[in-house]
Ligand binder design. Sequence first.
Ligand code: SF4
Length: 159
Amino acid sequence: MDAARRLGARGAKIVRAADVVTASWVRWKCQFGCGGFNSSRMCPPHTPTPEQTRRMLDEYSRGILFESPLNMAKKIAVKLERTVFLAGHYKALGLGAGPCELCAECAFDEGCRHPEQARPALEGCGIDVFATARKHGFTIEVVRTHRDAQHYFGLVLIE
Ligand code: SF4
């Protein structure tokens, strides 16, 4: 938890991978209504489906779920993944929030230009962020106006 906070996370908790919620509707919300759909290799339809993500999660026992400031979730996830990996957790895998913003235009089939930094969002892989965050005591509400608080989450799976 300290490592996540040192990297800028507002809060972090160890969670069971089994308690990370996936759902088919998440993909539908990406496809219908999100401007990020097909904007890069890190968004649907290029990312794993909810079913693939569930199978992947079931190969892990736990992860670090963290809350992040705006535009920081992927940066924190990448650095935390690296920290955890170097500590010996060879399966460490980080996921963030939102579309990829590392390039003005994605390279798509030419291959990712920044594979060391680019990670998909939780929601882009079919994870129900609201349900997962609430299940673990974090606050997250629908943003109705520009004045409403916004909450972003990332996850680093460990083993
Ligand atoms: S880093 Fe660039 S090339 Fe890679 S997924 Fe993101 S936008 Fe596409």
